[in-house]
Design a protein around this ligand. Structure first.
Ligand SMILES: Cc1ncc(COP(=O)(O)O)c(C=O)c1O
Length: 435
């Protein structure tokens, strides 16, 4: 239990890999040093790939620079946690102002209240919010609230949905199945599989947690109507509806609830909601969050030394203030342009690339034999793109930021087109390239 998917292996004779090694000698050297103090030279799973991952030293707007001075158009934004790109000036300025007042205070603070008010105003289903420090913690708290409110033990989630590094929400990932007594699984997009789960566990299900678009490992948008149907089913069965909007709050002013027409009981936020600092949020109906009132004798104890700290609360509020409908629409338009460019070029060079997504996120896969993603070729495309100055997620994930302007986009399109040329020129190692 708990293994991540197998990493693609490269053959040393890959020209793409050799180019990568030639361009990144300092990165290679620092990785050897990192391995002596960090397991596998890393401190998280995301961002790791073979033959060795990049080490960055600077970011600005849509760009990152590695230790060898190579510049990249970034499409990861630290796992979608920087909606305005790197070192966003309004956030930097607000933090510079806040910093002399110290970084963490006990008790409630004005930065916290202002941020909480902004969130409640923006999210129709949020009467109250509770701060945590990460999306994982937000998920843990939401599960705790659902179990407490219903007195039931089971959570329902989708196979393949990622909700952070919390055991109960790792069912259906890394080779894990259901976790008896804790978590049961439905198939994303298949409402009947959920009906069957609810029927099998009638009266035992505390809540359903929904990743509205599967993103990590593979990008899968929901079929039309699926999310509202799932929310209605859960509600009819007396279960709490939890929307994990850590990634997809970017899709509309009111997040994916607005985009897909659902009204969750609880919404988990994380990632960009902290403006580049670690912040998580559980937002929701007053009666569900009232158990966190310290004056409530029936309440739940919920601590967190850094919950709502003044820096995260300030960076988060300023970030939200700069994310309006115009910015969201502009990101969506540029994502559309990127998708079209990838599809056209892949078709021109004969690579079976599939591009999925919605709004400002995309997933790209080289399709292998049997129609499933060819991880080996996907890894080569990823590395070839890095060689041409474009950095996206190692499983083919792309996300845009508001500061990714037309110049950065054109730079990225040129880089990705050159990467597809390189991929087409590699000796065909798999059914995917048809040679
Ligand atoms: C949908 C979703 N929920 C929760 C999390 C966990 O957030 P964090 O990494 O801040 O713990 C992630 C992280 O990628 C995520 O993608």
């Amino acid at each position: 239990m708990g293994n991540r998917p197998a990493l693609a292996t490269f053959t040393a004779d890959s020209e793409i890999e050799q180019t990568y090694r030639r361009r990144t000698p300092n990165v290679a050297e620092i990785f050897e040093r990192a391995k002596r103090s960090l397991p596998g030279g890393s401190t998280r799973a995301f961002g790791y790939f073979r033959p060795y991952p990049l080490t960055f030293e600077r970011g600005a707007g849509p760009y990152l620079w590695d230790l060898d001075g190579n510049r990249y158009v970034d499409f990861t934004y630290n796992g979608l946690s920087l909606i305005h790109g790197h070192a966003f000036p309004p956030v930097e300025e607000a933090l510079r102002e806040a910093l002399p007042n110290a970084t963490a205070w006990p008790g409630t603070s004005l930065p916290q209240i202002r941020f909480a008010e902004a969130l409640c105003e923006r999210i129709p289903s949020a009467d109250r919010v509770r701060f945590t420090n990460t999306g994982t913690e937000a998920g843990m708290l939401a599960v705790k609230l659902a179990r407490h409110a219903t007195g039931r033990p089971l959570m329902v989630k989708s196979w393949g949905a990622y909700h952070g590094s919390y055991d109960d929400l790792e069912a259906g990932l890394y080779g894990n199945g259901e976790m008896p007594g804790r978590t049961v699984l439905g198939r994303f997009g298949d409402i009947d599989s959920y009906r069957e789960v609810f029927a099998r566990h009638r009266g035992e299900i505390a809540g359903v947690i929904i990743e509205p678009i599967l993103f990590t490992f593979e990008v899968v948008p929901p079929p039309p109507g699926f999310l509202p149907e799932l929310a209605a089913l859960a509600r009819a069965e007396g279960a709490v509806v939890i929307l994990d909007d850590c990634l997809m709050f970017r899709l509309a002013l009111g997040g994916s609830a607005e985009k897909f027409g659902i009204e969750p009981d609880l919404t988990c936020l994380g990632k960009f909601i902290g403006g580049g600092l670690p912040v998580g949020v559980v937002a929701g109906r007053e009666e569900l969050l009232a158990v966190l009132d310290p004056d409530n004798p029936e309440g739940l104890y919920h601590g967190g030394s850094f919950n709502g700290n003044p820096l995260g609360a300030t960076a988060g509020r300023v970030t939200l203030e700069h994310l309006g409908a115009g910015e969201i629409a502009a990101m969506d338009r540029r994502a559309e342009r990127l998708k079209g460019a990838l599809e056209r070029k892949a078709a021109a060079v004969g690579i079976p690339l599939e591009v999925t997504g919605d709004g400002s996120i995309l997933g790209s896969y080289v399709v292998g034999a049997g129609g499933s993603p060819d991880r080996e070729l996907g890894a080569r495309f990823h590395l070839a793109s890095i060689n041409h100055g474009v950095y996206f997620g190692q499983d083919g994930e792309f996300a845009l930021a508001t500061t990714l302007d037309d110049e950065a986009l054109e730079r990225a399109v040129n880089g990705l087109e050159a990467a597809l040329d390189d991929l087409a020129a590699e000796p065909g190692q798999s059914a995917g390239l048809g040679s």
